[in-house]
Design a protein around this ligand. Structure first.
Ligand SMILES: Cc1ncc(COP(=O)(O)O)c(C=O)c1O
Length: 474
């Protein structure tokens, strides 16, 4: 391939590394580069295209972490050979994965503790628009809306979600496949009651989202920790430890809490395992809307040819968690079973908030909010990272992440992350220890910090200074 075709344009709005990353992805998707092809070294590409080495390095790092490239040390970097083997027909699968153009959502927040995880920027929520839509829904509430709500969710909202997922996440589904639930846990409950039985074994990312882990354990599931590395859930290890598992819970777009994306070869491998074993994959796509480098990979569900993926999304990050609204998309052949279970569960509750979210989505406020929040979060992330670098210098390393609303930082210290986090918490700082998100012990600790609540640079600097003082005492 003529490498001059990869040359980014300085006139383009997107940063040079991002343009380079996209050109490589397009070259792979369109078959100009094949699995196993050698790619130029960072040094020679930088020199041929007259780019800084850091620019090329950044693009290569993203391509490697998403599974397009395989770095082989001194033997050089190649296009991942696994792109060819696993997804017959290879190129069709790759192009499918790359094609959809996601649109974005947003969220908002109030007064919260510094570094609070899991909360969106409540200060930026468009309250006026929300109040207008909610007020309208209250006024026009008819008899149908005042009677018992549909346990599978309010139909206009189900339709709005199906349309949104088609455009933004590459998921082709009908509204009948969409079940509105009371938060992510409501979606998990529906899955457990419909497809699983107490005692069933399931793969769980290690480290992984604590609350879902606790919920599933209490529901009687036997969770097998499967380690996460720079390509996401390690499917090989899952197969070695519990090939016969009935389900796997994954956060493929933005692993919680490590922030890596499940690479394309691993996605295909996971789907293949599930089809072969007739296992279920629960895809938790909790914050895919917030991505700062390029577009997120389409959902794993978009590749689900054998109908093994149960897709979940939530309004907690893009709107606000107090809404308690999430959704589950089930495979078409499972609609009847899920509808039957939903009839005996509590469902998502009142129609009023559901109708307001439906209007918010249909009238374009949702997409606008997401776009606005993406740039807001990129700025707020910058406030926190700059403040951390300034306060801790080389004693601290912030793990690069393409999206999300938290950062993971590794501190160069012998002190346990749990001790540091507890000290911070006792001073009102909501920092969390990575080790607490783990199921098995690991020497690798880290500190998890939310940044969505830092409205100004000064707030971030002040909070990081307090954190630095606490950690120094430790
Ligand atoms: C990994 C992960 N999954 C799902 C959710 C959504 O949970 P819920 O819809 O119950 O707010 C969150 C919220 O913080 C999360 O961090």
């Amino acid at each position: 391939m003529d490498i001059q075709r990869l040359k980014p344009s300085r006139e383009h709005d997107a940063p040079l590394y991002l343009q380079l990353y996209r050109r490589y992805r397009d070259a792979i998707a369109t078959g100009k580069l094949h699995p196993g092809d050698r790619v130029s070294s960072v040094r020679s590409l930088a020199s041929a295209l007259n780019l800084a080495r850091g620019t090329v390095e950044m693009a290569y790092q993203m391509l490697t972490s998403e599974g397009y490239f395989l770095a082989r040390g001194p033997a050089g970097t190649i296009v991942s050979p696994r792109l060819g083997n696993l997804g017959e027909p290879g190129h069709a699968t790759v192009s499918r994965l790359l094609s959809p153009a996601p649109s974005r959502l947003q969220a908002e927040a109030g007064q919260v503790r510094p570094f609070q995880l899991g909360l969106p920027a409540l200060d930026a929520f468009p309250r006026k628009t929300w109040a207008r839509l909610a007020g309208h829904n209250l006024r026009v509430l008819d008899a149908a809306a005042m009677s018992y709500p549909d346990p599978v969710g309010y139909e206009p909202l189900r339709r709005a979600i199906a349309a949104y997922l088609g455009i933004s996440r590459g998921i082709a589904c009908t509204h009948e496949q969409v079940f509105v639930t009371a938060g992510y846990r409501g979606a998990l409950e529906l899955v457990c009651r419909t497809l699983l039985r107490a005692g069933d074994a399931g793969w769980y990312e290690d480290p992984g989202y604590i609350f879902a882990r606790q919920f599933l354990t209490r529901a009687g599931m036997r969770l097998e920790p499967v380690p996460v590395d720079e390509e996401g859930l390690n499917v090989d290890i899952g197969q070695q430890r519990a090939a016969e598992a009935r389900f796997a819970v994954v956060t493929p777009t933005h692993q919680s809490p490590m922030g890596v994306a499940l690479s394309l070869p691993r996605r295909l491998q996971l789907l293949e395992w599930a089809s072969h074993r007739q296992a279920w994959i629960i895809e938790d796509d909790y914050d895919s809307e917030f991505r700062y480098h390029g577009r997120p990979l389409p959902a794993l569900k978009s590749l689900d040819r054998d109908e093994r993926v149960l897709y979940t999304g939530t309004f907690s990050k893009v709107l606000f968690p107090g809404l308690r609204l999430a959704y589950l998309v089930v495979p078409e052949p499972q609609i009847e079973r899920f509808t039957d279970s939903a009839n005996y569960l509590c469902g998502p509750g009142s129609i009023l908030p559901q109708a307001t979210v439906a209007d918010f989505m249909e009238q374009g406020h949702f997409a606008r909010h997401v776009r606005r929040m993406r740039s807001l979060y990129a700025a707020r992330r910058g406030y926190l990272v700059d403040a951390l670098v300034q306060a801790f210098g080389s004693c601290l390393h912030v793990q690069p992440q393409a999206g999300g609303i938290h950062v993971l930082a590794h501190l160069n210290t012998r002190c346990k992350d749990k001790v540091l986090a507890e000290a911070a918490q006792s001073h009102g700082l909501a920092v969390e220890a990575l080790s607490q998100w783990r199921m098995r012990r690991s020497p690798q600790g880290g500190l998890l910090m939310g940044f969505a609540g830092f409205i100004t640079n000064e707030q971030a600097v002040e909070s990081v200074q307090s954190l630095s003082a606490v950690l120094t005492e430790c």
